[in-house]
Design a protein around this ligand. Sequence first.
Ligand SMILES: [Zn+2]
Length: 206
Amino acid sequence: MKEKLTFYYGSMAGGKTTRIFQMLYVLENNDQQVLVIKSAKDTKGNDEIINRQQEKRKVDILLHPNEKLLSEENIEKILVCNHIIVDEAQFLDPKQVEELWVINKKLNVGVTCFGLRSNFKADYFPGSARLFAMADEVKMIETNALCSCGSPAVFNARQIDGKFAMDGEEIEIDGKNKRITYQPLCGECFYNKVYCKDKIKKYKNK
Ligand SMILES: [Zn+2]
């Protein structure tokens, strides 16, 4: 059987981690050796993945920016696994996504990545863009979060001290920076609450 590289994307609070735990449970109960990888840019939980039910799992590889996945240190773990699960895949470097693709194609190891589609400015994260371009299958997480209006959330809007913002660093981990929170929004609400206000602000500042 040909294994695939699959990218499941969603907005924040969209039940990604719960999906990961479900998948781990199924694979490991079928005697599959699963390698769990997370980007070190996600400083929440350090080297563990934690879902909202406080279930925990230590990751096998905490991948740092510019670090080679196919390193001597990692290769032995990769060679003995049947499946790789990646959490917070949006934070991977595009090169690291390519390495996952190479592992999948050359070693026929199934790779399933979970991550966000876009950042708070509604741009692709570099890792997600590479996954959209290279994955065999791209799927939206069906348990994705809802916007406050009840529509499915598409965007991850950032609030600083409770106000929507479209400026700032791409990565600000909520909880680490106490002023920052994120809100899942549908397209229409993102347009009205974030995009239009940002344009008005920029117009006024001219
Ligand atoms: Zn909405």
